[in-house]
Design a protein around this ligand. Structure first.
Ligand code: ZN
Length: 226
């Protein structure tokens, strides 16, 4: 990908919030965005702002406006995820580590405490737990990278969204801490390096390619690009 053809990770993260607000995301991606909103509550305001802009644009474009606040819908969905997910999916009580590191809705998808998951070694200092995905187009994984370890340079089939749950990692685009989202397109070669002291636990969703279905995105882009 070239800089002129592709969006930055920040742009994609913003678009994910917008698409999340519109309910257009596939479930694994929606889980990732909702989990990020739980880790970074201040982004809920950004999400609401997107919705307000989107709703305003819709009113101008179409007589049929969004009467119900999509932000309310987002909040309701998060609340529902927290309630329903815990009741339907969680296996047993949550231990302190899992409770501290993994917010809902992701926690309910794990099926148990972090320490008891079927971690598989994928390389030196790199472990993966493959989360059962509700959508065959996307893989969901927890990745645990040891302190100072670097994942060998690699590409993915489709796009990869990586949300930091604990610790931090760095790549060519910068440093990502808890609640930060790294976005890599299918052509991007990357080699994330975990924090030398804390290592990193991430939630990764891989697949797609992600297509942003919200027709407002292009218009929003044009209005907000500087
Ligand atoms: Zn990767």
């Amino acid at each position: 990908m070239t800089e002129t053809e592709t969006m930055s990770g920040k742009d994609v993260a913003d678009e994910l919030l917008l698409d999340y607000a519109s309910g257009a995301l596939p479930e694994p991606v929606s889980v990732l965005v909702a989990t990020r909103l739980a880790l970074r509550p201040e982004l809920r305001a950004e999400c609401a702002a997107f919705e307000a802009i989107g709703g305003h644009l819709l009113e101008e474009i179409e007589p049929v406006s969004l009467k119900r606040s999509a932000f309310d819908a987002v909040m309701a969905e998060i609340a529902a995820d927290e309630d329903d997910g815990t009741a339907d999916r969680a296996a047993g009580p949550v231990d302190a580590e899992t409770g501290a590191l993994v917010p809902e809705p992701l926690r309910s998808y794990l099926g148990g405490p972090i320490s008891g998951l079927a971690w598989r070694t994928r390389g030196p200092g790199l472990e993966e737990f493959r989360i059962p995905s509700p959508d065959a187009r996307f893989e969901m994984s927890l990745l645990r990278i040891g302190p100072g370890r670097t994942v060998p340079s690699h590409r993915h089939d489709g796009d990869e969204l990586t949300l930091v749950l604990d610790g931090a990692f760095s790549d060519v685009n910068g440093r990502y801490g808890r609640g930060d989202l790294a976005v890599n397109g299918s052509d991007d070669l990357h080699a994330p390096a975990a924090d030398p002291k804390d290592g990193c636990i991430c939630f990764a969703v891989t697949g797609g390619p992600l297509k942003f279905s919200n027709p407002l995105i292009g218009l929003y882009d044009r209005l907000t690009r500087r």
